[in-house]
Design a protein around this ligand. Structure first.
Ligand code: CTP
Length: 213
């Protein structure tokens, strides 16, 4: 079982980065839930202040999208289930500066390049018997965009987070999600992230793996 969690930080210079507000709570709760179900868990964590849950969890800390990509590439072939709950940065500075950018420098434009879409990469590597779950964070055309990501990234399931739902999203202890598979959609009520992780872990094992529908 491989889970990614938290944000990634893309360095601009030694003291600044591009990042996002992901707390890692959902991914860490998922790691705990799967561990409690008996899975051997590898948790690839971006820079977060979360404590590793107890039990059979191998935590690998990474900073950037590139480092996360390297770990997923390495671990995915030995994995039955990958859940990408990390909020991976889509763009990284083209040329991170070795020295701190000074105020007096004539620095006005930050040039960016796209990071690798790690989930799409895993979709391409996927072998029969492997299950791939992604998250989608949307603010508009939510269902349509999430379904598109399900197909394009070759996922078995996508978990749609809507930033329009109060109590859902970054930083909170609760989340409200819609689970979308190839031929099923479930709107779940607001739950704590711990409760949600347990229900989601059971859903993945029972509905995606044991009795695929
Ligand atoms: N993801 C990834 N690698 C990236 C960006 C995203 O693996 N470089 C994964 C996330 O972990 C998540 C899923 O892709 O499981 C969807 O992330 P999201 O930010 O909703 O969508 P993007 O594919 O990045 O597209 P957009 O930002 O344009 O909505």
């Amino acid at each position: 079982m491989l889970i990614t969690a938290g944000p990634t930080y893309e360095r601009i210079d030694p003291v600044r980065f591009i990042g996002n507000f992901s707390s890692g709570k959902m991914g860490f709760a998922l790691a705990q839930a799967f561990e409690q179900m008996g899975a051997t868990v590898t948790l690839v964590a971006g820079p977060v202040a979360q404590k590793t849950p107890e039990g059979n969890i191998n935590r690998i800390n990474v900073e950037s999208a590139r480092e996360m990509e390297t770990q997923v590439k390495k671990c995915f072939p030995q994995t039955n289930i990958l859940v990408m709950s990390a909020a991976v940065a889509d763009f990284a500075p083209n040329e991170p500066q070795k020295d701190k950018i000074k105020k007096k420098d004539d620095f006005q434009t930050l040039s960016l390049k796209k990071t690798t879409d790690i989930l799409s990469m895993a979709g391409k590597m996927k072998k029969p018997g492997q299950t791939l779950v992604g998250f989608a964070l949307e603010t508009a055309n939510e269902l349509e965009n999430a379904r598109e990501k399900l197909h394009e990234k070759k996922l078995d399931m996508i978990v749609l987070n809507s930033l329009n739902d109060p109590g859902a999203g970054f930083g909170t202890d609760t989340n409200k999600v819609t689970l979308i598979t190839q031929n099923r959609m479930e709107n779940w009520p607001l739950k704590t992230k711990v409760e949600l992780a347990q229900d989601m872990a059971h859903f993945i094992v029972d509905k995606l793996i044991l009795e695929p529908i």
